[in-house]
Design a protein around this ligand. Structure first.
Ligand code: NAD
Length: 499
């Protein structure tokens, strides 16, 4: 009998009023492991009301005291690292080792947010005019909402709520309905760390819950991570309702491989970046642009390594790649592979039909590799979000650059080269938010900000790092003068020009 989850509102588990629920699968076995409630409008209203009620006291809790609760939360997260890793792997399918890495990267955002007394310091200038000083203050927005995707059950929620809460906001998280358990568990741990009830609320759900958040008059800011069509919808709808929005979308991340790259090193890096987490990372390298003779050298090395990847259940020792998230996603990937063959790409390694022993009902696709892909093919145009790597050929660095810059997405990219010249030009000329130089998955550390360009981000500010702090705060600028006794203003009817 699958466990039935609840919502988390005002510091306790709550039954959903909506009466709706969904199945949560273990994608390796295809079995239902839990039932998750799908929050309705009344449930979202209750969560926002709890967050709104908790806001005044939390805002007035000093940043230092907030930071201490975050530090205790980080300690509890470390103590429960194993349990969260297991949960993430079970509901997502990724290997335990990979899940553990993503839990660690999430914990590092809590670590960053624990420095909030320092991060909230504004700017100050003496004598902006004669006898006039100026300083700025960063104050919280109010109730913030987060909407997260399935592919990082721990890390992506942690990009948002620790920073928002550290800044003095209260938060309602709508995690992916496919991987709800980690968010609910983190809410329990945050309470155990001393977080007052109502500051952090979790409402698993689908579009109904998202729409309720986007239209709620008491939600001041919305953070979203997910696919591009939904990101655009969230941005437009949130903005129309007067909210500040940051909406991170999908990706098609290219690696440009120059002929002077160390090909063995590059092949190792690309295989990890393409097939790790079954390609279900927004920073996965899904596309290689091989320049000149790089392609002929690289292809056999990629094929040999990809063919050796051990596929199975993520919790089994030695397994390197797990299943994809749902049967529907498996079928979508397979039909994209079919289209690649039909449209004339060269299928070097075929992952269709792979069934690891004893996992007949699991949602598996094996590592797949295409060569001779052209930009008009569907496998280039679509974000596959699965274990399929495609290789395009380019005659020159300039042709490779044009190709990457013409792509509508701009999340991450990498160049593999032995030359500082190409690397330096690439970082300057490429229109992408996060760039690796001989680094395949350049996910910025928590104290830098994470975000793409173009169709990979709708909004102005990236997540965590200082951009996260600016997203979750409003700036006040105070100009002050302390006149001497009997001092008089000059003509007050004239626009003041200080100085
Ligand atoms: P998704 O867009 O289907 O879902 C994301 C969230 O939006 C979920 O919480 C979901 O319940 C909700 N949602 C889904 N459809 C909706 C709709 N029509 N209206 C309102 N809300 C809706 O994405 P996913 O399949 O969970 O995640 C994979 C996608 O996320 C990929 O495109 C991947 O590239 C992207 N992603 C991007 C980043 C990034 O940082 N840019 C990071 C991780 C994942």
């Amino acid at each position: 009998m699958a466990q039935t989850l609840k919502l988390w509102i005002a510091g306790k588990p709550v039954e959903a009023k909506s009466g709706r629920s969904a199945e949560v699968f273990n994608p390796a076995t295809g079995e239902v492991v839990r039932q998750v409630p799908l929050a309705g409008k009344a449930d979202v209203d209750a969560a926002v009301a709890a967050a709104k009620a908790a806001f005044p006291a939390w805002r007035d809790t000093t940043p230092l005291r907030r930071a201490r609760i975050l530090t205790r939360f980080r300690e509890l997260m470390e103590r429960h690292r194993e349990e969260l890793t297991q949960l993430a792997s079970e509901e997502h399918g990724k290997t335990l080792e990979d899940a553990a890495g993503s839990v660690q990267r999430g914990i590092e955002v809590i670590e960053f947010a624990s420095g909030v007394p320092h991060l909230l310091k504004g700017e100050q200038a003496e004598d902006v005019g004669r006898g006039v000083d100026c300083h700025s203050i960063l104050q919280p927005v109010g109730v913030c909402a987060g909407i997260t995707p399935f592919n990082f059950p721990v890390m992506v929620p942690l990009w948002m709520f620790p920073v928002a809460i550290a800044c003095g906001n209260t938060f309602v998280l709508k995690p992916s309905e496919r991987v709800p358990s980690c968010s609910l568990r983190m809410a329990e741990l945050f309470k155990e760390a001393g977080l007052p009830d109502g500051v952090f609320n979790v409402v698993p759900g689908d579009k109904t819950a998202v729409d309720a958040l986007l239209h709620h008059p008491d939600v001041g800011a919305v953070s979203f991570v997910g696919s591009t069509p939904v990101a655009k919808y969230i941005y437009e709808t949130g903005a129309r309702n007067g909210k500040r929005v940051q909406a991170l979308g999908g990706a098609k991340n290219h690696a440009v491989v120059m002929p002077d790259a160390d090909m063995e090193f590059t092949a190792d890096a690309l295989v990890g970046a393409a097939y790790g987490s079954a390609g279900e990372r927004c920073m996965a390298i899904s596309t290689v642009v091989a320049v000149g003779e790089a392609g002929d050298q690289l292809l056999p090395l990629l094929k040999e390594r990809a063919a050796r990847i051990k596929v199975g259940a993520g919790n089994v020792a030695g397994v390197e790649m797990g299943p994809v998230i749902t049967a529907a996603q498996r079928d979508r990937i397979v039909s994209l592979i079919d289209s690649g063959v039909a449209q004339g790409a060269e299928l070097v390694l075929d992952g269709r039909g792979l069934k690891p022993a004893g996992l007949d009902k699991g949602f598996f696709v094996g590592p797949t590799l295409f060569d001779q892909v052209r930009p008009e093919m569907d496998i280039y145009r679509e974000e596959i979000f699965g274990p399929a790597l495609i290789v395009l050929r380019a005659d020159s660095y300039e042709a490779a650059l044009r190709l990457v810059n013409a792509n509508p997405y701009g999340n991450g990219t990498a160049i593999f080269t032995g030359s500082g010249h190409w690397a330096r030009r690439f970082q300057h000329e490429i229109e992408v938010g996060m760039i690796g130089i001989n680094v395949p998955i350049p996910v910025p550390m928590a104290f830098f900000s994470f975000g793409g360009w173009k169709a990979s981000l709708f909004g102005d500010l990236h997540m965590h790092g200082m951009e996260g702090v600016y997203f979750y705060t409003r700036t006040k600028v105070v100009t002050s003068r302390w006149p001497a006794p009997a001092e008089r203003m000059a003509n007050g009817l004239v626009m003041p020009t200080l100085g």
